[in-house]
Design a protein. Sequence first.
Length: 179
Amino acid sequence: MQHADLAELALDARLLGADRLYALAPGTDLAPVRARDTLVLVDADTASWSSWNRFADEFAADTGARVVRIDDGGVTGPGFFDDVRRLGRPVVNSPKGQTTPVPPDLSRRQVTGPEPCWTWALVSRRDETRIAVHAAIEALTGDIGPLGLDGAGVWLPTDDPFRPVSAVDPDRSGAASGA
C-alpha cells in the first residue's frame, strides 16, 4: 500500500516487517552488486504483480537498474531462477520467495547503492473503534522499530508509508520544500 492508497481508502498502516531485497546471479560471485548494475523483472500480469511492478519500475528509474519485461510469471520461484540464468546478470528478487533455497548454480548478492527494501504492513480502518482490534494491532506491531529503514543507503519507494521523512522531502511528495 502506498500513502495515496491509505489516504483514499481511509486506512492506517503499521509496520510489520521489512525484507532487504538481494539479487541472484549465475555463478559463484558473492560480491555486492550496485543497484545500477542489476535487472528488475516486470511481469505483464498486472493483476498479480501490480505492486511489485510499480516497485520495480520506480527502483529502476531511481537507480539506473534496467527493467526487463516478462510474460512468463517468472517474478518468483523456478521461473525466476530460469529468467536469472537466461539473462546472465544479477536480477533483483521480489519479496515473495525470500526463504526459497537458492539453486547451487546461482549466487545471492547484496544490492548496494542503494539497498532496496520491501515493507510489510498491518492495515486497518482509520475510524476503527473496536478495542479488541486496537489491542490486536498493538500486540502485533507495538514492539517493531524502524528495522533499519531509516539507515543511510536504504531505498524505499517515494510513496511507501514507512519511508523516513527528510528535510528535503517533508511531505513525501517528492518536491523540495521552500521556506
